[in-house]
Write a protein that binds this ligand. Structure first.
Ligand SMILES: Cc1cc2nc3c(=O)[nH]c(=O)nc-3n(C[C@H](O)[C@H](O)[C@H](O)COP(=O)(O)OP(=O)(O)OC[C@H]3O[C@@H](n4cnc5c(N)ncnc54)[C@H](O)[C@@H]3O)c2cc1C
Length: 226
């Protein structure tokens, strides 16, 4: 009787030991597999996209221009709508070169395929052409259509669109660290001139973040010059 109890005890201990060893071996195998998968994923991302220095440094860059005020209203970038239209190709050369007029409130150009593009006229509805609704309006589109006819376009209007620009109080961009938000940087507020400003501002900020250059007095992160 006593011997049987000892045998039962040995048998159950042996089973528990075997199960525990099996579980431990499975856990080690799982750990090694996950480690290999993580390493493989890291090498894949590194080879495909390169070392994303800003992310590794813990920096966040808000390149959100007109939408920045939805994240940081205190920065002072106001959303302003701009509208455009485009005609079907016209075989005639109607305008010689891209043109700005009326202190930048009107602009037009003809594409190489003959399409005429015209934009602007928001000074005819300054109070309405604000906010984040990127939709064309009848009033501005009528003015744009009149403009392309004035320029000699007979082709039908094929495209109408609107976009949102980010304006600062003095119409100069903001670039640099956001005050009171460690690791957060702004690059925006191009006030309708991002095609030129954005590249230079991004270059400055990238230099600062990667340690290749110092922005110094170029840093400007609130709405007035420093
Ligand atoms: C009709 C029109 C005509 C223009 N004409 C000219 C011109 O002739 N010359 C000129 O220099 N400039 C012109 N501009 C202005 C120029 O287009 C902008 O200055 C430029 O596009 C700004 O680039 P950006 O990348 O900073 O911002 P955007 O091009 O506005 O890009 C911002 C991006 O941020 C994304 N985003 C917003 N919020 C978030 C969030 N919370 N999380 C993640 N992503 C987010 C948006 O989806 C968007 O893709 C014109 C603009 C318009 C609308």
């Amino acid at each position: 009787m006593f011997q049987r109890m000892i045998d039962d005890f040995k048998a159950s201990t042996g089973t528990a030991l075997r199960l525990t060893s099996l579980a431990a071996a499975a856990a080690v195998a799982l750990f090694i597999t996950i480690s290999f998968l993580c390493a493989a994923a890291f090498v894949f991302v590194l080879q495909r996209y390169g070392l994303i220095e800003a992310c590794l440094a813990g920096a966040v860059v808000l390149a959100t221009n007109a939408y920045t005020n939805l994240l940081l209203p205190e920065i002072g970038i106001a959303p302003v709508r701009a509208q455009m239209l485009g005609t079907a190709p016209d075989p005639r050369r109607l305008v010689a070169r891209p043109t700005y007029s009326d202190r930048g409130f009107r602009y037009w150009r003809q594409l190489p395929d003959g399409r005429l593009l015209a934009g602007g006229f928001r000074n005819h509805a300054l109070d309405e052409e604000v906010g984040h609704q990127a939709v064309p309006t009848a009033k501005i589109q009528a003015l744009l259509e009149r403009e392309v006819r004035r320029l000699g376009a007979g082709a039908e209007v094929t495209h109408r669109w609107a976009g949102i620009m980010g304006f600062t109080a003095d119409e100069l961009p903001l670039v640099g660290p956001v005050p009171g938000q460690p690791g957060v940087y702004i690059c925006g507020g191009y006030s309708g001139h991002g095609m030129g400003f954005a590249f230079q501002c991004a270059r400055l900020l990238a230099g600062e973040l990667t340690g290749r250059a110092q922005m110094g007095s170029s840093s400007r992160t609130m709405g007035s010059p420093q």
